[in-house]
Design a protein around this ligand. Structure first.
Ligand SMILES: [Zn+2]
Length: 83
């Protein structure tokens, strides 16, 4: 999972947020002052660390779920192709 670093525009507090889905970004807020305006800081450290185990963090991912009645549903997620 990619780890992004965000900086509060009000007090400058830095915090790392693990983003597992795009919808989670809505709930972000500064833990110091509660300001919801955070700007993203590019963190090259976490990006480099993931290169040893996973080839790319932007690669397609396959999710298999049990939809009931013995059927498995597979969903292929392709980042960057949201249309
Ligand atoms: Zn703040």
């Amino acid at each position: 999972m990619p780890i992004y670093e965000f900086r509060c525009v009000e007090c400058g507090n830095l915090q790392e947020i693990i983003v597992s889905s795009a919808s989670q970004e809505v709930a972000m807020a500064c833990k110091a002052c509660g300001c919801e305006i955070l700007e993203r800081v590019l963190s090259t450290v976490s990006y480099m660390m993931g290169s040893s185990s996973a080839p790319k963090s932007e690669g397609p991912s396959l999710t298999t779920k049990n939809c009931g009645s013995g059927n498995n549903c597979s969903t292929i997620t392709l980042p960057g192709y949201t249309r």
